[in-house]
Write a protein that binds this ligand. Sequence first.
Ligand code: NAD
Length: 517
Amino acid sequence: MSLAEEMDTVTGESAGSVDRHATSRTFESTDPATGAVVGVFPLHDADAVGSTVEQAREAAASWAALGFDGRRQRLDAYRGYLARRLHELADLVHRENGKPHADAILEISLAIDHLAWASHHARKALGPRRVRVGLLAANHAAYLEYQPLGVVGVIGPWNYPVFTPMGSIAYALAAGNAVVFKPSEYTPAIGAWLAAAWRAAVPDAADAFQVVTGFGDTGAALCRAGVGKIAFTGSAPTGRKVMATCAETLTPVLMELGGKDAMIVDDDADVVAAADAAVWGAMSNGGQTCIGVERVYATAAVYDRFVAEVTAQVRSLRPGSDDEATYGPMTMPSQIDVVRRHVQDAASAGARVITGGTDHDAFPGEGYVAPTVLLDVPEESAAIREETFGPTLTITRVRDAEEALRLANDTSYGLAGSIFSGSKARALDLARRMRSGMTSINSVLTFASVPALPFGGVGDSGFGRIHGEDGLKEFTRAKAITRQRFALPTNVMSFHRPANTADQLARVIGMVHGRHR
Ligand code: NAD
């Protein structure tokens, strides 16, 4: 029996039967392509969230006590379980989020790879180590370790409903925390499936990863539930609300927010490859990708060829929910209005709409947006300044890569970006100066598939990092310990120190540091 069938009691009418934190109110999630109900879920209120967190707190102690090896063994069992049920989960992702099955497979595969990396690198990144003591504590030993925070609350979005929350969940668990996850109200079945899979694969630590379902109120209750940290992934406006709520209890936050990522196409770029990457980066997942390409700045030398290539490639795309569709419906219906406003605003400001657009043909059937390419969009337009989060792309002609970089950086966001260039040195220089947390050269989105690399943004794209060693440390507190190995005849930190101690110390400091000018 599939896990989804076993979970029918969760997702069906009798949701309460497996909801151990009883609540009588429920809500539905629906298939964005058909409107069919995918499942019915408990609307967890503050009491239910509070008792889930308490249960997770108890589990956290035994989960931490398992140590790195014990946790690794169980996280390995979890990833094995996910890998064996990959198609089943991908089917659910297709139904509830709308993305093509193949894209769901890619997303889940990335999440599994991160799980493996996190569990296998946690000891090296976080385990106890001795550090050098320096001059003033030469008679001591010093130890550093990264201890878990207890319970981590994860609040997730709907656009990558497996990969995105797993970037926090996997790393928080590997670091020794229990996790309570609040999936988006658009993808609760996927969240519930991930937690049910955990219970099945890791029965002896089942409460170390639990799910609560509901809307923003449930997320706010998680912020107030006394967790050790909130890992939030979502939009910048909601991120501000989450921070304000967490401020009430001084709960630390990790903010993974939206983006307005740019691609720079330089004079010597491989134009065909750049166009291929731009179209994928902008249109895959219906453009509902935080690190999707929303703006391209192409130099005058390549602009015409690049536009022609993008136009040709975009014509072969088709939104739909059948097996041949290249991307699916908009998961969140209200986003269509945002996309339409950005395109209309750009068109009325003089932009050229070369494919897609705002008319009826551009919205082929309810819930879909045609791939839309906009040229000459004024820099102050919403389509350049705000996150569009749809299958749209602006292409702007610039004099050279320096102008491209200046415009790419002229945004309140700063999540990621990409550079296409024939010169390694030039591309690396541009990448370093791009104001973003991540940049890929001659490809798009690649950094997300490298588990050792940190993931996160600057400015309105948030702060803190998931993935890599930084991502593991994000879910810990650094603990410093010193141990006196032997007593010195003179202890400078004692009221019994001789009167001349300070002079002797000043002489030593002068000898060691004074010669530096
Ligand atoms: P959203 O901000 O609307 O919602 C995110 C989550 O926050 C949901 O689970 C929601 O229920 C919850 N929430 C809403 N109000 C809340 C409140 N007051 N307190 C606590 N929780 C609350 O975002 P979304 O529409 O689900 O996702 C799309 C956004 O996420 C886009 O902006 C996208 O760029 C961003 N995103 C960022 C990353 C990243 O890693 N930086 C990854 C994926 C998506």
